[in-house]
Write a protein that binds this ligand. Structure first.
Ligand SMILES: [Zn+2]
Ligand SMILES: [Zn+2]
Length: 133
């Protein structure tokens, strides 16, 4: 964490960051889950404060926002190495998959669109091991 930026960050936003950092990599939270955690630590905290905190941390690049196809709510996680996600259509589990689209593939696809690709996300959908038995 950049110390100068951290000093300027409101303490409620820092709390939101600590929740994600405390959980570590590979743990994905919905906005509602982050709010529930924050409320346990600081009961007076409002939903909009948590919401704004998440948006700020995302803009700072400290956390990632993952939009899952077929789900109305995004999940959030501590910023880490780029990876893919496996999403279970039955229990809703979201798991990290160590995979990254090769830069060559992204460049080739970008050339086809004629535009510029900012980021590429890979999401696999199906049934997790527990749900598929
Ligand atoms: Zn499942
Ligand atoms: Zn992830």
């Amino acid at each position: 964490m950049n110390a100068t930026v951290a000093k300027r960050l409101p303490k409620n936003y820092k709390l939101v960051y600590e929740i994600l950092r405390g959980a570590g990599h590979g743990v994905h939270f919905t906005m509602g889950e982050i709010y529930a955690h924050a409320k346990r630590k600081r009961p007076a905290i409002g939903f909009s404060t948590v919401y704004r905190g998440i948006a700020r941390l995302r803009d700072l690049g400290w956390i990632d926002e993952i939009e899952l196809p077929g789900s109305d709510s995004a999940v959030y996680e501590l910023k880490g190495k780029p990876h893919a996600h496996f999403c279970c259509g039955r229990c809703g589990e979201v798991a990290d998959v160590h995979y990254q689209l090769p830069a060559r593939t992204i460049a080739r696809l970008a050339a086809r669109t004629g535009g510029r690709v900012g980021e590429a996300m890979v999401t696999l959908r199906g049934l997790c091991r527990r749900c598929s038995v």
